[in-house]
Write a protein that binds this ligand. Structure first.
Ligand SMILES: [Zn+2]
Length: 230
């Protein structure tokens, strides 16, 4: 289930910054390797020269360009070590919180790369307007619901990335929030918050479409309609 390569691929697909970070790491690793190999070549050259000039000392020249190198030790003047540790722990905790907040939701298990049907129907518009009370479903900071009227039907999991044109992948947004979401893959956290919020306004009889595709593990009863099909 938690296959590291598959997880990494999911993260890469959904987030441009993850791709850039990978390129940065790979690039600096490659440059470091080339630098090291270059250093070895120079040392080999020095040793070959030494073997003709002063063969008795030639063996003293190490072929490793990093021999004798030590990690520089640095201490912040006047800052107690304990504060450096506190700062390091805060950075790690914040980084983990950001990772959790950005972690993309699972790609819905659809039998196509792109749904042949792109647009929602008028009946879908009628349906989502009723289910949401015609209010935008975006929540600011994931908590406070946008007070504007909904205007546009949006594929929760983007159509361009394989999301279905189905009521189980439909959210009702105002124009501003639809524009802002564009074709980004929603995070698992924001989808979870959406479902939690929907529980308070979604009509009981329509629960089959309340939990978006790809979040089947949030269902807690037959009412939630998971497995009924899109
Ligand atoms: Zn809005």
């Amino acid at each position: 289930m938690w296959h590291p390569i598959r997880l990494a691929r999911r993260l890469m697909g959904a987030h441009r910054w993850a791709r850039h970070a990978l390129w940065a790491v790979a690039g600096s690793g490659g440059m470091g390797t080339m630098g090291y190999v270059g250093g070895v070549c120079i040392r080999v050259h020095d040793r070959l020269l030494a073997e003709t000039d002063s063969p008795e000392y030639a063996a003293d020249i190490s072929l490793n360009p990093l021999s004798g190198w030590r990690w520089p030790t640095w201490r912040a003047p006047g800052i107690p070590t304990v504060w450096l540790w506190v700062a390091a722990i805060v950075v790690v905790v914040v980084a983990m919180a950001v990772l959790v907040a950005c972690w993309p939701m699972r790609k819905p298990d659809n039998p196509f790369d792109r749904d042949p049907r792109r647009l929602f129907s008028d009946a879908d518009r009628e349906f989502i307007t009723q289910c949401t009370g015609n209010q935008c479903e975006h929540r600011m900071c994931g908590l406070i619901r946008c007070p504007r009227m909904g205007e546009q039907m949006d594929h929760h999991y983007p159509w361009s990335r394989g999301g279905a044109t189905s009521r189980r992948n439909l959210v009702w947004l105002c124009a501003k929030h639809n524009r802002r979401k564009s074709d980004r893959v929603p995070s698992r956290l924001s989808t979870w918050l959406l479902v939690r919020a929907r529980e308070s306004y979604w009509p009981r009889g329509e629960r089959a479409a309340m939990i978006p595709d790809g979040m089947a593990d949030m269902a807690h009863g037959p009412d939630d309609g998971v497995g009924v099909g899109a």
